[in-house]
Write a protein that binds this ligand. Structure first.
Ligand code: PAF
Length: 280
C-alpha cells in the first residue's frame, strides 16, 4: 500500500495510473466497519482504490470537537492495508490550506437545513475540502455512507453543479448488532452508552412503522420525540421528516403516499452528538 503525504507525491502516482478507474473514499480517519464497507464497494467497482485521511478543521466550528476528534492513524493504516487499499493520502493541514487560502465552496439551499441549521459552516467546510480532494485525486467514483445522508445529497449536488466527472455512490449505513449506526464519534461513548444509544435507531424505525400505517407526520413526530425524551441521557437537537430530494419538512397533516422521505434525527447522548436516518 502506497502512502502519499503531499499532493505532488500523489499526482506522481496518479499520472502513472492515468487510465485506471479510481475509486475514492474521503475520510477523517478513526476508521470503522462503515468506512471499510465503502472500501469494499470501491474494490468491487474500480481498478484502484484510494482513501484519504484528513481531519478537516474547516468543517468544525470553534465550539466543536476538532482538537479531541479521535486520531488513530496507525490502526487506520493497518485496516486499510488488510483491505488491500492501493493508496492512502494523508496530507498535513498546510498541504491542503495554504496560509493565504481564501476561496470557499458554498451550497446555498440544502446546506441550510437539518445539520446545516444546527452546525453553521459545517457544509461549507465539507464542500470546500471535498472539491479540493476531488481535484487532487481525480477519481472516477467516490463513495460516501448514507449515515451522513445530507452530506451525500449535497455532494451529489456539488458534482452536478460544478461539473465534476465523478460518479458519487451512496452506501448503506453499517450498524452495531444493537442497531447503533457506526460512527467515529461512537468512540466517545462507554459500552453501556453504546447499547443505550441504539434507542435512536429504534425511534427512527418506529417512525417508519407509524408512517407506513398511515399515521400523520405531526402525530409521528410527537410519538418519536416522546420516546427519545423519556431517556434522561438524551437531548434532542432535531427530529425531521423531510422530502428526500429537497429536504423540505413535510407538513404535520401529511400522510405518506408514494413520496420518498427521510426520517432523521440528531441527539446529544450524554453530550455526544449522534445522527442517524432512515430513508423510506
Ligand atoms: O464524512 C466525513 O468523514 C467528512 O465530512 C469528509 C467527507 C471526509 C470531508 O472531510
Amino acid at each position: 500500500m502506497k502512502i502519499c503525504k503531499t499532493i505532488s507525491e500523489f499526482k506522481n502516482w496518479r499520472n502513472s495510473n492515468i487510465h485506471e478507474n479510481i475509486g475514492y473514499i474521503p475520510t477523517m480517519g478513526a476508521l470503522h466497519k462503515g468506512h471499510l464497507s465503502l472500501v469494499a464497494s470501491s474494490k468491487l467497482h474500480c481498478d484502484k482504490t484510494v482513501v484519504s485521511i484528513f481531519v478537516n478543521e474547516l468543517q468544525f466550528s470553534p465550539d466543536e470537537d476538532f482538537e479531541k476528534y479521535p486520531r488513530t492513524l496507525e490502526q487506520d493504516l493497518k485496516k486499510l492495508e488488510n483491505h488491500k487499499v492501493d493508496v492512502v493520502f494523508i496530507p498535513e493541514t498546510s498541504e491542503i490550506y495554504k496560509s493565504d487560502f481564501s476561496i470557499l465552496i458554498n451550497e446555498l439551499d440544502l446546506s441550510q437545513k437539518l445539520e446545516g441549521a444546527s452546525r453553521p459552516g459545517f457544509f461549507s467546510g465539507v464542500t470546500t475540502v471535498v472539491s479540493k480532494l476531488f481535484n487532487i485525486i481525480e477519481p472516477s467514483y467516490a463513495f460516501f455512507g448514507e449515515k451522513d445522508i445530507q452530506q451525500l445529497i449535497i455532494i451529489k449536488k456539488l458534482v452536478l453543479d460544478l461539473n465534476f466527472n465523478i460518479q458519487v455512490v451512496g452506501c448503506e449505513t453499517i450498524r452495531e448488532a444493537s442497531g447503533l449506526a457506526m460512527s467515529s464519534r461512537n468512540q466517545y461513548l462507554s459500552d453501556q452508552d453504546k447499547k443505550d444509544a441504539s434507542i435512536l435507531y429504534e425511534t427512527l424505525q418506529l417512525g417508519q412503522n407509524l408512517l407506513k400505517k398511515n399515521e400523520t407526520v405531526g402525530e409521528t413526530k410527537l410519538q418519536l420525540k416522546s420516546k427519545l425524551q423519556n431517556n434522561k441521557k438524551i437531548k434532542i437537537d432535531y427530529l425531521s421528516i423531510a422530502n428526500s430530494t429537497t429536504l423540505e419538512e413535510l407538513r404535520d397533516n401529511v400522510k405518506l403516499k408514494n413520496e420518498k422521505v427521510i426520517i432523521s434525527a440528531a441527539i446529544f447522548f450524554n453530550d455526544v452528538r449522534l445522527i442517524d436516518n432512515i430513508i423510506i
